[in-house]
Design a protein around this ligand. Sequence first.
Ligand SMILES: Cc1cc2nc3c(=O)[nH]c(=O)nc-3n(C[C@H](O)[C@H](O)[C@H](O)COP(=O)(O)OP(=O)(O)OC[C@H]3O[C@@H](n4cnc5c(N)ncnc54)[C@H](O)[C@@H]3O)c2cc1C
Length: 433
Amino acid sequence: MWDFRTEPEFQAKLDWMAAFVRDECEPLDLLFPRPGDPYDVQNKASRAILAPLREKVKEQGLWACHLGPELGGQGFGQLKLALMNEILGRSQWAPTVFGTAAPDTGNAEILALYGTEGQKARYLQPLLEGNIVSTFSMTEPQGGSDPKEFVCAATRDGDEWVIEGEKWFSSHARYASFFIVMVVTDPDAKPYERMSMLIVPAETPGIEIIRNVATMNERDDLDEGTEGYIHYNQVRVPLDAMLGAPGEGFKVAQSRLGGGRVHHAMRVVGKCQRAFDMMCERALSRRTQGKLLAEHQFVQGFIADSAIQLQQFRLLVLQTAWIIDNEPHGAARTHIAMCKVALAAVLHDVLQRAVQLYGSLGTTQETPLGPWWAYAPQLALADGPTEVHKAAVAKGMLRGYSPAPGLFPTEHIPTRRAEARARYAALLEEHGL
Ligand SMILES: Cc1cc2nc3c(=O)[nH]c(=O)nc-3n(C[C@H](O)[C@H](O)[C@H](O)COP(=O)(O)OP(=O)(O)OC[C@H]3O[C@@H](n4cnc5c(N)ncnc54)[C@H](O)[C@@H]3O)c2cc1C
């Protein structure tokens, strides 16, 4: 059964979302445009605009849609969530307005999966209500892609864990109410069993933010940076601050990323679609050499290549979501890695063409294209570099193959021709061949 249609009732919800994001969320993007703004819970002006918008989202039953029914969500399933995230991706603020912004979504996921009742009441509930934000603190200054390089450690002292070490790129740490920190608790264990997760409230003594590192889209001189470089300086937490069992840190980290990557990929589709819309409008609006940009073949190439790439990517992401919904757990792993690789490349290519088509205006901060373009390198790194996910795709693919049984490949033409001749020997001889 193949069917690309959306049920009319669900399409009505998507239509409501599209109009709401355009009319109500995009103004927030314009008034509070810095990447950290949606996470700044202390900004009274933005929160005053946000609160009634969130109420409208709740009235529609669209709040925190990523949650399963056991946590108060609607249980939409990944395919519907993908279509919804495509719309949310058009606006920087939309995920916050709809209660589904990273990294809080992933942090909520692991709190729900591994948290004790006490941890859920203290951290998960306010997170789900959107009253606080949180940080996932895993990457270290000397190593990101490979958790085996992590050294930030927690040692046991009586009935407390004492954390000592540095973390790097702990997104939105400056706004967070608590941090989920990955620490080495058993350096002698097997590589993937050395680490555990600890939940650390932001007010705990010893959390020193060395710098709020600014990305390309942020101004360091205006203190806009959102990536926390943190020294956990003899930070003490009680033993029951552990999320999951000792040694389960890697397992916990892995379990927060599956569905989130699909949502993220669809948000990239939404952002690229908006850039594509801008590209087409510009091509039909501006003239050079006596004709519209749209009539120049290079420009037609930009438009065609972008449309084809975007459509291929969109279908890949939707199929991945479908596999998660319909196949056994884990069946979509290779597809999720494919989406992660493709999202950075597609955004890079579509935005590069859009900026080029806009000419000098494209290089300014007077359209959204510039900040989106500068986002491309981040996409190829956040949540693991492209190269690591490509290796995962290749491993997943190779699992379905075996070595050739003999000296030559199974597609070796002389060998196969000899087999074919043997099969039809009598007939071939009869016809003199
Ligand atoms: C915008 C953004 C937000 C982030 N938010 C968070 C966060 O909230 N919490 C957090 O803990 N971390 C966060 N990170 C960090 C992110 O997880 C790391 O950047 C990522 O894991 C890569 O680590 P690294 O930057 O140390 O690069 P490195 O590990 O130094 O890798 C550098 C390069 O080496 C190459 N490379 C690395 N490994 C391999 C390999 N196995 N095979 C081939 N080539 C390889 C790749 O080209 C890679 O890009 C964020 C990063 C970004 C950009």
